[in-house]
Design a protein around this ligand. Structure first.
Ligand code: CO
Length: 467
């Protein structure tokens, strides 16, 4: 007798609170705007709710006058049944440089203690030494770790190389493997081949993350599902498309009709979208959301440069009155990337490659001016490049200096206790100290604003009421 075909389960991570928010409106959603919908999101049946990490932490302190830790505690309280997910840049945590292991451990411990369940951990260079401390700590704390591969195309980023890294991460003890296509350039065929290759190498579930930027994402997800992907990242429809993720409701509708089990509650999904629609319209009206961000842009396919990087290049060249060099810089960009050993073009590599390509064109001589970041990269401070860096570039960057051996974070001294002492009377807890270590100037300003606010409240409450 034939065994009945088992229904394939496809689970969803909802990104409206983090990546959709970050990709469309530069993460400007304050907690107060979405607090009321959290109980509904809590029962919608998502695999997880991505709501913290990435740029959320920085923007909370820098622009929203919000304590990111308090936001996390509020989310935890409002969504007791959901798995709360964050994105973490390995040894960079949520900042832009490498931190000593001591800080990485404490940051991960505090994230879990304050409510995080799932931590998606990646490194811009896919150097696994840079995700090891965060991964081990998170596992120890009982969090679900999603070991993440930064997706890119190059002669060294083969199916076999990605599958091998996935296996290495499985051996590190991660619970799932995530393929992160930050630029939205993965085609349906590439997804089918890559997910298939990883699935045949590892036993743990595989997650796919992409963006709609080039218009591929819905097709890419469908082919990834055919290849057996377990979880996809989507955004509620009014916050989907363009530089954001594909729409949650659309994929849920289509997949259910095809017989897949999504576990999602249709009524809850509609309620979530209805809630966010007027918020989206408000951001469109006040210009926070540029309608262009929601459209399809295939330039990234032609130039092999992520959309966000293209707009950075344009503003860089405009600022230097050199827009006539745009084509030249675009041709130079992949050459610089090749010289630097094919780093995936994700933060901070995308900025470094873009600035260097611009320098090479504008100065009229390649590598005449080398940024201090590219010098540090050549020294090995960001990790090992996917392919060797062009020796001539290394020579121009470092002269006779030798690149470091081993892992850069091993050369960093602990800073927590010293910083805590310096912040006596200002920091209220260890979380405050960690915020300060990640973003010193921004957090200092936030502390001052918080103090002013508290004094106002105290003054108001102790003033006798005139009758
Ligand atoms: Co993303």
């Amino acid at each position: 007798m034939k065994k009945p075909v088992e229904t394939q389960k496809v689970m969803f991570t909802e990104t409206v609170l983090r990546d959709a928010n970050q990709s469309l409106i530069a993460t400007r959603l304050p907690y107060s705007k979405f607090a009321d919908i959290l109980p509904t999101m809590d029962k919608a049946g998502y695999y997880s709710v991505e709501c913290w990490g990435g740029a959320v932490f920085d923007v909370c302190l820098r622009f929203l006058n919000e304590d990111p830790w308090q936001r996390l505690r509020n989310l935890r309280k409002a969504m007791p049944s959901s798995k709360l997910q964050m994105l973490l840049r390995g040894q960079n945590l949520l900042g832009y440089k490498h931190y000593p292991d001591e800080i990485v451990k404490m940051f991960v411990e505090k994230s879990v203690e304050n409510g995080i369940d799932v931590i998606r951990i990646f490194d811009a260079l896919n150097d696994l030494r840079n995700i090891e401390t965060a991964t081990k700590t998170a596992i120890k704390c009982g969090a679900t770790v999603s070991g993440t591969l930064s997706y890119t195309q190059s002669p060294v980023h083969t199916l076999a190389a990605f599958a091998k890294q996935a296996k290495e991460m499985e051996n590190m003890g991660v619970a799932t493997i995530c393929v992160k296509d930050m630029a939205g350039v993965m085609t349906p065929q590439e997804a089918y081949d890559l997910i298939g290759a990883i699935k045949s190498e590892v036993k743990i579930p595989v997650v796919l993350h992409t963006h709609c930027t080039t218009g591929m994402a819905f097709m890419t997800y469908l082919k990834a599902i055919e290849a057996g992907v377990d979880v996809i990242d989507t955004a509620t429809s009014c916050f989907s498309g363009g530089t954001s993720q594909p729409a949650t409701e659309t994929l849920n509708y289509a997949l259910k009709q095809m017989g897949y089990d999504t576990g999602l509650d249709d009524a809850a999904l509609k309620e979530v979208n209805d809630f966010f629609k007027p918020i989206r319209d408000g951001y469109l009206a006040d210009g926070t959301l540029n309608a262009k961000m929601m459209a399809t842009d295939t330039d990234a396919l032609n130039y092999k440069v992520p959309g966000g990087m293209l707009s950075n290049l344009v503003s860089q060249l405009k600022a230097q009155n050199a827009m006539d060099k745009f084509e030249e810089v675009l041709i130079e960009t992949p050459k610089v990337r090749e010289d630097l050993g094919y780093p995936p073009l994700v933060t901070p590599m995308s900025q470094m490659v873009g600035v260097q390509a611009t320098n090479n064109v504008l100065s009229g001589e390649r590598y005449k001016n080398i940024s201090k970041e590219v010098k540090a990269y050549c020294r090995g401070e960001y990790g090992t490049s996917p392919a060797p860096i062009n020796p001539e570039v290394v020579k121009k960057a470092l002269g006779d200096e030798k690149p470091i051996e081993g892992r850069y974070a091993d050369t960093l001294e602990p800073v927590f206790e010293q910083t805590k002492k310096e912040l006596e009377g200002v920091a209220k807890n260890d979380e405050d100290v960690l915020s300060y270590i990640l973003f010193p100037q921004v957090t200092e300003k936030y502390f001052a604003a918080r103090k002013a606010q508290e004094e106002k409240i105290v003054k108001y409450t102790i003033e006798p009421v005139e009758e």
